[in-house]
Write a protein of this length. Sequence first.
Length: 494
Amino acid sequence: MKRRIGIQQKFVTLVLVLLVTIGTFIALFFPQRQKSQMNKYLNEKIQVTAQILAYNAQFAIAFDDKDGMKTTLGVLPSLPGVKLALVIDTLGNEFGAYKPDNTYQSLAPTIATLIKSETLASNLKIIDIDDIALYAEPIIWTDNNAQPPKQSVVGKVIVGISRKELNNDAFQSLLIALGIGAGVVILGGVIMLVLSSRLVKPLKVLARAAGKVSAGDLESTVSIHTNDEVEVLANSFNHMVGNIRRALEEVQSSLKKAEEANSRKTELLSIVSHDLKSPITSVLAAIKLIELGDITEAEFPEVGGMIRQSCERMIDLIESLLASSALEMGRIQVNKTTCNGKELIERVAEANSLNLSNKAQTLTIETKGQDFEFYADKGLIHQVLENFTSNAIKYSPSETTITARVLATAASIRFEIQDEGPGLTDEDKQKLFGFFQRLSARPTGGESSHGVGLAITKRVVDLHNGKIWAESELGKGTTFIVELPRNTDMPLAA
């Protein structure tokens, strides 16, 4: 596996290489250049010192001001490397002198020669004797009162400076400069290291989050507030992870719906094969008996009724399946108008009067409230109430009472259909409104049941922003309840 090198490691390596390069350059090229530059510097230092003394000495000699000259020479101890300074007038006499040690004695012969020599601008030069550099500078007085101004040599200044001490002083200054430069480089490196650390830290956070996302943790996000491009990158990362999470949820939801659809398809095939097989078999058996002549004329009405019931059961199943398919595919049409809840429940009771009579059952209607009008699809709500009522008739024993209630409030209309059937188990309650669900209770009069009616009613109620549920205790009957807002285009008030 290839080893990774971090940004900080790369930066530290770069700084070290830079420092080594600078050190190598200094070690190889500085001594040569330093020697020539130092000689030039020393010569200029000597000449400038002599020229300054000569400038001040012209006034002291002109005005015979030895105290002033003494003051000027008094600053020489503060100058590094100065070993002696002599101010000589035109007669060769000392006008002022600076002799801090015995250097003068060793240089006396050379100094005497310099005193006697003619000092002109064209032949001025530095004389080196051992460590001391001697230099003589003429003292020139300018008479500005003359026309034109007249210059004359009134003496000379002889300066002796120790090259070694001056060199040491310059070298120390150079070392200080190099030290400051190295310090600046190191400080800059530390500052850059800190800055790189601030840059690398959020990038590491991003890298860890990216690793979690690649491992499947789509809840991983980062919180970076650097007010720069890294923060923009972090926000883009969070947005990307959110999009991936939502896309995955949509895919999972689609897969779940596909699995449910496939499961319902399997259940549908099972129901169709089972529930259609029985009536078709009955019809074929009756037709065969007719073909064989085994049916007497007196038996024809009974056999015809059996064929009609079988065909009605098949039509009922097909209509339920078509309604289920329409709901699932969103093809159901909702045409809302003003409805009256009391009138709806009365029509449902009237439509089921024959079935009630066949089982000697009684349906009573109870109302509470004054205004029963609401805005909904009259046909679909009739279908919901019809399903509740037919189920109550179907699952209740003969000679029992079914109670239908309409309760009106200022905000809603509530329908209740209560039977005296076997009630619901806890398992029944869990799958009550699912498609193709078989409950524990069985019709008491041999009626057919396909397991789609309640699922359809649930979808219809949802289309009207209402609530649907069942209240039941095993062995004590069941009450199905629907509550709808007055205006079903608006959600039901909590």
